[in-house]
Design a protein around this ligand. Structure first.
Ligand SMILES: NC(=O)N[C@@H](CC(=O)O)C(=O)O
Ligand SMILES: [Zn+2]
Ligand SMILES: [Zn+2]
Length: 346
């Protein structure tokens, strides 16, 4: 197969940042994707509908002329979140979901949830109103090994929470383990999961190939090969519970290449080419549309895109830049360590 025509993809987990970085990275998403769930972990975080509206306006102001893109806004759940604001924001269409970060789990999560009991009333209201909850599923207890934090979160936090509020619609963001895949597969209609491009491609060895490789450091951290294979199977299965969330998370190079480097992989530019490569390798190109364009809208109860796009397999590798320029410095693009032959046809 040399071309693949599919409905226009969406990205169900994206960090666009703000200011100069927003301006630089947004076109890399809006060129390829019709919509994206925009993460609220700015500094300070996006915690109210009014702040989400203001952020949406900054995103729309940064959108290149001629790009057709709809940011789907999210609120950052804190122990002080006002349920009435969440429900009104959701019902007016201003926000699409709420994001739960355990405090300290990842980039800019200091304002996240420390005591889950304190957010139960908001989560109950969200369940009644059908507001989806996006979850960064890692425990933060430093005594839990970093490679086990997702599995422990499922057992200690997520499953008990879902037992208390079974109607709550939950997306396990950037699932990285076989444990997560199995949990979501067997978890009923109210749970889905996003899978990133990079977790389909790298395992934890990538972090340490001949030396420490900060551009492969993200959270949740890449796991063993057995987990990568489980993610590949889930993504290419067509199972509607699993959909693309790139978790493209730009940090300028000095913040990555540091004694204490930030977590995050920037992949918006070459994500679709990488995914076509992965799905071709798995003999599953016929399932790519489900993963990138159909399953996400189905879970979010949104219409699928009416636009079609064509991916083409080129004989020569596609030349992607190693880095992109932003007004705040350079951001390194995810290197999948294979030649990418697929790209969106323009
Ligand atoms: N994924 C990451 O490694 N980083 C994300 C935060 C997140 O999604 O956890 C970021 O905002 O940089
Ligand atoms: Zn996260
Ligand atoms: Zn993220």
């Amino acid at each position: 197969m040399t071309t693949l025509t599919i409905r226009r993809p969406d990205d169900w987990h994206l960090h666009l940042r703000d200011g100069a970085v927003l301006n630089a990275v947004l076109p890399h998403t809006s060129e390829h994707f019709g919509r994206a769930i925009v993460m609220p972990n700015l500094v300070p975080p996006v915690v109210t509908t009014a702040q989400a509206n203001a952020y949406r306006e900054r995103i729309m102001a940064a959108l290149p002329a001629g790009h057709d893109f709809t940011p789907l806004m999210t609120l950052y759940l804190t122990e002080a979140t006002d349920a009435a604001d969440v429900v009104a924001g959701f019902e007016s269409g201003a926000i699409t979901a709420v994001k739960l970060y355990p405090a300290g789990a990842t980039t800019n999560s200091q304002s996240g949830v420390r005591n889950f009991e304190n957010v139960l009333p908001v989560l109950e209201r969200m369940a009644e109103a059908g507001v989806p909850l996006c979850v960064h599923g890692e425990v933060t207890d430093p005594s839990v090994d970093i490679f086990d934090r997702e599995a422990v979160f499922i057992e200690k936090v997520l499953e008990p929470l879902r037992q208390r509020i079974p109607q709550l619609r939950v997306i396990m963001e950037h699932v990285t383990t076989k444990d997560g895949v199995d949990y979501v597969s067997g978890g009923g209609d109210n749970i889905g999961a996003t899978i990133t491009t990079h977790h389909l491609i790298i395992n934890r060895n990538a972090l340490f190939m001949g030396g420490i490789r900060p551009h492969y450091y993200c959270l949740p951290i890449a796991k063993r090969e057995v987990h990568r294979l489980a993610l590949r199977k889930a993504a290419t299965s067509g199972n509607s519970r699993f959909f693309l969330g790139t978790d493209s998370a730009p940090h300028v190079d000095p913040l990555k290449e540091s004694a204490c480097g930030c977590a995050g992989v920037f992949s918006s530019t070459n994500t679709l080419g990488c995914l076509a490569h992965v799905f071709e390798e798995e003999n599953a190109l016929d399932k790519l549309e489900a993963f990138v364009s159909l399953n996400g809208p189905a879970f979010y109860r949104l219409p699928v895109s009416e636009q079609m796009v064509t991916l083409r397999r080129y004989d020569e590798p596609v030349a992607f830049p190693a880095k992109i320029e932003t007004g705040d410095g350079q951001v390194t693009l995810f290197d999948p360590m294979f030649a990418i032959h697929w790209n969106l046809e323009h």
